[in-house]
Structures are given as structure tokens and as C-alpha cells.
Design a protein around this ligand. Structure first.
Ligand code: ADP
Length: 649
């Protein structure tokens, strides 16, 4: 809002500077070619002096340069131009006061007939000179706020006297614009100096009386509305009053009383209207304030507002509960009272830094921030800071959350994760050692079975041979199971993340399974697959198992058709391997992913029930999920997701 307002003032000043420059140049031309309309406006008006036109042109240029700072050295040039105008005006004034002739009046313009005049056309009238001096000083000092603050009041003086002169011209009252020689001013000089005094004073909209009209407070709003309207009313009434007395419509006393009554009545109407507006704004503000209070009070976080010096100026209910202070104990105290003593002394610096560059910030638990209660106990907090701009400067609104509970939970979770990791490693080690050590006795049993057969051929009756065969096959089977367990435990131990084109990966898998596919007449359809970061060797094993199963569990008399596809879903890649095989009842959907779980009798289908358990583990290693959708007798779709995995360092 402030920015747009300032921009509006800038445009106003720019327009004034342009306008004044144009008019003053026209007056200069008027003098050079003796065009009375340009120099005098009306024949009986005082002319704008040549030097006045020069000075106004210089000041307009200086103002333009002051506003267009982008130009190289614009500011310095602006200062030089304003200073020249200043010097010309001071010299002109000095000539009046000390009664000498500095030659300045004819320095720029002189004609044979004017050369002998006591006040040639070049001489600036005293009141104009004073106005020029003030405006020149205003432009020259506009960058120095301290001086600008004083000059602002002089500029107001120029605004008022030129306004009175303009009124004099408009109402045709000579005394107002040329009461004496010293106070006479040309009409266009008065207009230009009037607008220029305004244009220079709005360079600092917050200084002097300008502030009264430019602020966005209720007071400014009222001043703006009332003052402009009252001025208008007064002007109309005064004009009517002049007409009445000029044409003798009423006697003077009656006219004065009537005009006073009219003014009073209109001002009453204006005040009534303005007070209604103010009341509306006030009730709107009150409503907003109440709502704000309600939101602040019911906020689940502690909310504390403090100013630049760290003084606490507002707290909500939760802040009182969290810190154990009453509102009276909070207000007026420094925010540092809520900071643990060991870092308290650093906080004012941090605060200063924040106010130098205030922005919304969050200080999370990553930094481990603590606050201190009224009883001296410390507790971890998370703080959000929001700057709030007000008429009294920037304030900081701190939103404080007590994260004691969260911290405790985080600690518990961290501890549990650590324990879980240790347990997992122990289990993996146990599985590995157990399966590794079991191989040894199994080998011994196999060896002894062979020894028995070789060393005691005479004892080998058909029955004994058959028993030994059963034993050997059982031991062989057990050996495979133990090895599977070993492989399962080892899965992922040497996993390497590789950027993989899954289309190529599938081509290799299909090539490996070539003989199985050919002998069964299976058709494998591979839709376009993505390139992903994955544990390539392991993922290859997944596809191998799934295609193998799809062929193995085919329907008799039906050629197996296997379709492999992929789609992106919730930022994951969802793969599917669909077949037209025997399908699975939904009650077994979970079971089949566990180790050694099979749904068929031995001999019916080959296998040990380890393939899907391996697949599941591999997908879990990727951080994905695996599941099945199936209708018995129609086929199954095995699905799994692979999330986006970042390259490992
Ligand atoms: P295996 O194939 O060695 O028996 P898996 O772990 O690969 O072991 O599969 C477990 C069980 O899930 C299988 O015994 C079978 O009953 C069922 N199964 C797996 N894939 C399919 C499929 N494509 N169609 C029907 N049933 C299947």
C-alpha cells in the first residue's frame, strides 16, 4: 500500500516538473518574441518575469533529475541546477533589501527599452524570489531528512501564499496577489510555484503537514476528506459572498450572517458524513480485532508478540500455560526471559539481526532449541517467527510449540529402530550360520548312505535299496531347503544400485528361460518398460521367478500367455506380471509370499516354496511392495512397486 502511494506521489511530482518546465519555457519564448499572452496571460495581469521563468525552468529540471535517479550523475546535476536558481533568487532579493544592482536583472534578458527601467522585466518580485529560494532548498536538501523536515514547513508557507494569490486572481481581488509591490506575483508564477511546492513536499510524504494527509491512519483519512471538502465549500461560499456584495444583492451584515449559517450547515453535514464513515471503519476494525483475538487465544501454540527491543507486547492463553507466567508478568518484559540463561546474552544480537532482515522463519527441532519456564525448567521447543508490520514499526510474532513429547517419541523410535536392526542382524547371522552348519551333517549322511551301498552290497535287498533311496532323496531335498534358506539370508548382502533399462533386463531374462518358453509354447508379451535405479541382479531374479511360475502354473491344454507391463503411480513404478494360468484363491494371497509355502502336493508341481519369498524380500529391499490379484481358473497378476531411488554416495 505504502509503495503504491509513494509511486503515486512520484508520478504527481514528475507531472508537475514536466508541466512547470513546459510553461516556463513558453514564458521565456514569450519574452523573446514579445508574446503578451505568454508573459502576462491577461493584459492587466502582472507578467511572469524572465528570471522567474529561468528559475522555474531550472527548478523543474532539477526536480526531474532528482526523481529520475537512474541517470548518471543525475543527483549532482540536480543539485547544481537548484543551486543556480537559488543564487539568482537570493541575488534578486538582496537587490531589494540592500538597494544595489547586481546586474542579474539584465543578465539573461535585456532589450533597449527595458534597459533603463528601475524594475526591468528580468527582476523577480520579492515574494517570488522567496518562494524560489525555498523550493530550491527543498530540492537540494531532499536527500537529507534532517534538513528536509524543517524545509517542509517553509514549503507549506509557499503553498499557502501562492494559493492565496491564485484565489485573488480567480476571485478578482487584487489585494490578494499584489497587496504591495513586495507581495505581487504573476498568475502563472503563483500556479507553478504552488504546484511545485506541493511536488517537492511530497518527496517526503511522512514529513510536516503532508503527513497529515498522506498517512493511512484514521486521522489522515479524516483530515483528507474533511479538509478538501471544507476548502471547496469555503471557496464557493466566499465567491458567492463576493458576488452578493459586488452586485449588492443583500446588505453586508445580512450577507455575512447568511454565509456563516450556510457554512455552518454544510460543515455539519460533512462532519456527520465523515463521522458515519469513521464509525463504520471503527466497527470493522473492532470486528477484525475481536476475530484476531479469538484466533490468537484459541491457537494450540503459544503466541508471543514482541517489538524490536525485545519487549513482549502480547501473549495468548497457551503462552501463559506453557511458560507459567501471568499476562502481567509477561507484558513489558524482555523476550530473553524465556531463553535459557547460558545463551541468553547472545539473543539480543540474534534479535537485531532478525529485525535487520525480517522474514517468516521456522526454527525446527533439528537445531535443538530450548525455552525456560517461570520455575527455571527448560524444555525443547520449535519456533516459527513472522514479522508483522504496524504503524509503530515491525513486530515479531513467535509461535512456540512444546516438542517435549515429540522428542521423547523420537528417542523411543530411534532406540527401537536400533534394537530392531541389531535383532535383524542377529537373525540373519543365525539363519546363515544354522543353514551353513546344517549342510555339513547332511553331507555326512549322504556320504554314509553311499558307503553303506558300496561296502555292504550283500545286504542290499530291494526293500533296503528302496529305503536308502527314499532317505537319499529326503536328504537331498533337505539340502536344497537349507541352501534356499542360506540364499534367502544372503539376499541383498552385495546389492549394487544400477541404472537399468528394464526392457533390456527382460530380454536377458527371456533369453535365459528360452528353452522353458519354447518347450511349453509360452508367449511372453513385454510392454514398454522404464529405465530405473534398482538392484539389477536381484530384480532380474524377481522377473525370472515370476515368469517361471507363470509357465509352471499354467492350465493344461491352454498355451501360457504372460504379459509384463509398468505404469507410474504415486511417484512409484508399478510393475505387473499377468498370466492366464490356474490362479490362486484369495485366502492364500498372503501365505504364498512366506518361505516354504506351497499350495500343491509334492510331485504335482515342482518347487520348494521359496521363489515368491525371495521376490518379496527383494522388492522390500527396494522399499517397494508386492502383492497378487488373482481369480482361480482365470489367471493371476503379480504386482510390485519400485520407488524412485536416489544414487547411493
Ligand atoms: P514354488 O514355485 O517353488 O512352489 P513359490 O514361492 O514361487 O514356490 O510359489 C509359492 C506358491 O504360490 C506356489 O507353490 C504356487 O502354489 C503359488 N503360485 C506361485 N505363482 C503362481 C502362479 N503364477 N499361478 C498360480 N499359483 C502360483
Amino acid at each position: 500500500m505504502g509503495i503504491t502511494r509513494n509511486r503515486a506521489y512520484r508520478y504527481f511530482s514528475l507531472t508537475v516538473a514536466g508541466f512547470s518546465l513546459a510553461v516556463s519555457v513558453l514564458v521565456i519564448i514569450g519574452w523573446m518574441y514579445n508574446v503578451k499572452l505568454l508573459t502576462h496571460i491577461r493584459p492587466h495581469y502582472i507578467s511572469m518575469k524572465f528570471n522567474t521563468a529561468i528559475c522555474i525552468a531550472l527548478l523543474s529540471l532539477a526536480l526531474l533529475l532528482r526523481l529520475i535517479k537512474a541517470l548518471h550523475k543525475a543527483e549532482r546535476l540536480s543539485l547544481i541546477l537548484a543551486s543556480i536558481a537559488f543564487v539568482i533568487a537570493v541575488l534578486s532579493l538582496a537587490q531589494y533589501i540592500f538597494g544595489f544592482d547586481a546586474g542579474i536583472d539584465r543578465a539573461f534578458y535585456a532589450s533597449p527599452e527595458t534597459i533603463a527601467m528601475p524594475h526591468p522585466p528580468g527582476r523577480i518580485t520579492p515574494i517570488t524570489a522567496v518562494a524560489i529560494i525555498i523550493i530550491a532548498a527543498g530540492i537540494a536538501c531532499s536527500n537529507y531528512r534532517r534538513y528536509a523536515a524543517y524545509i517542509q514547513y517553509f514549503l507549506h508557507f509557499v503553498t499557502v501564499i501562492t494559493f492565496v494569490s491564485i484565489l485573488g486572481f480567480l476571485l478578482d481581488i487584487e489585494q490578494l496577489h499584489s497587496h504591495s509591490f513586495a507581495t505581487s506575483i504573476a498568475f502563472h508564477s503563483a500556479v507553478l510555484l504552488f504546484v511545485m511546492s506541493l511536488a517537492v513536499s511530497v518527496l517526503h510524504p511522512d514529513l510536516g503537514l503532508v503527513n497529515l494527509f498522506t498517512g493511512n491512519t484514521l486521522g489522515s483519512l479524516m483530515a483528507k476528506r474533511l479538509y478538501t471538502r471544507i476548502v471547496l465549500v469555503m471557496m464557493v461560499v466566499v465567491y458567492l459572498r463576493i458576488l452578493v456584495s459586488r452586485y449588492k444583492l443583500l446588505n453586508n451584515e445580512l450577507a455575512s450572517v447568511v454565509s456563516a449559517i450556510i457554512v455552518l450547515f454544510i460543515i455539519l453535514l460533512l462532519i456527520n458524513q465523515t463521522s458515519k464513515l469513521l464509525n463504520n471503519i471503527e466497527s470493522g476494525r473492532k470486528f477484525a480485532e475481536e476475530r484476531f483475538q479469538l484466533v490468537v487465544e484459541s491457537a494450540p501454540n503459544a503466541l508471543i508478540m514482541s517489538d524490536e527491543s525485545g519487549k513482549i507486547i502480547m501473549v495468548n492463553r497457551q503462552a501463559k500455560i506453557m511458560f507459567g507466567y501471568t499476562e502481567e508478568e509477561f507484558l513489558g518484559q524482555k523476550i530473553e526471559m524465556l531463553i535459557p540463561s547460558k545463551i541468553r546474552s547472545h539473543h539480543p544480537d540474534i534479535r537485531k539481526k532478525y529485525f535487520n532482515n525480517p522474514s517468516a522463519r521456522t526454527f525446527t527441532t533439528l537445531h535443538d532449541i530450548f525455552a525456560v519456564r517461570s520455575d527455571g525448567t527448560e524444555f525443547p521447543v520449535e519456533i516459527g517467527l513472522t514479522p508483522v508490520s504496524t504503524d509503530n514499526g515491525t513486530l515479531a510474532l513467535s509461535s512456540i510449540t512444546d516438542v517435549t513429547e515429540r522428542k521423547r517419541n523420537e528417542r523411543t523410535i530411534r532406540k527401537q529402530v536400533k534394537e530392531l536392526r541389531i535383532k535383524n542382524t542377529e537373525i540373519e547371522r543365525f539363519t546363515y550360520i544354522a543353514s551353513h552348519d546344517l549342510q555339513e551333517p547332511l553331507r555326512t549322511v549322504t556320504n554314509y548312505l553311499e558307503l553303506l551301498q558300496e561296502d555292504y552290497p550283500e545286504l542290499m535287498t530291494d526293500e533296503i535299496t528302496s529305503h536308502l533311496e527314499t532317505m537319499r532323496s529326503a536328504v537331498g531335498r533337505m539340502s536344497i531347503l537349507v541352501r534356499s534358506l542360506l540364499d534367502y539370508g544372503r539376499l541383498g548382502q552385495n546389492k549394487i544400485l544400477v541404472n537399468t533399462d528394464c526392457n533390456v533386463l527382460l530380454q536377458n531374462v527371456i533369453a535365459d528361460l528360452n528353452s522353458l518358453i519354447r518347450t511349453t509354447g509360452a508367449v511372453v508379451v513385454v510392454n514398454h518398460l522404464p529405465v530405473i535405479n534398482c538392484y539389477q541382479m536381484e530384480l532380474r531374479q524377481v522377473f525370472q521367478n515370476l515368469i517361471n511360475n507363470a509357465v509352471k502354473f499354467r492350465k493344461k491344454e491352454v498355451l501360457p500367455i504372460i504379459t509384463i507391463s509398468c505404469r507410474e503411480r504415486n511417484k512409484d513404478m508399478e510393475f505387473s506380471v499377468a498370466d492366464n494360468g490356474i490362479g490362486i484363491e484369495s485366502k492364500y494371497f498372503d501365505r504364498i509370499f512366506h518361505m516354504f509355502q506351497r499350495l500343491h502336493k509334492e510331485g504335482e508341481y515342482e518347487g520348494y516354496g521359496v521363489g515368491l519369498a525371495n521376490c518379496n524380500k527383494i522388492i522390500t529391499l527396494h522399499g517397494g511392495k508386492m502383492w497378487i490379484e488373482s481369480v482361480p481358473g482365470e489367471g493371476s497378476i503379480f504386482k510390485f512397486t519400485i520407488p524412485f531411488i536416489k544414487d547411493e554416495q
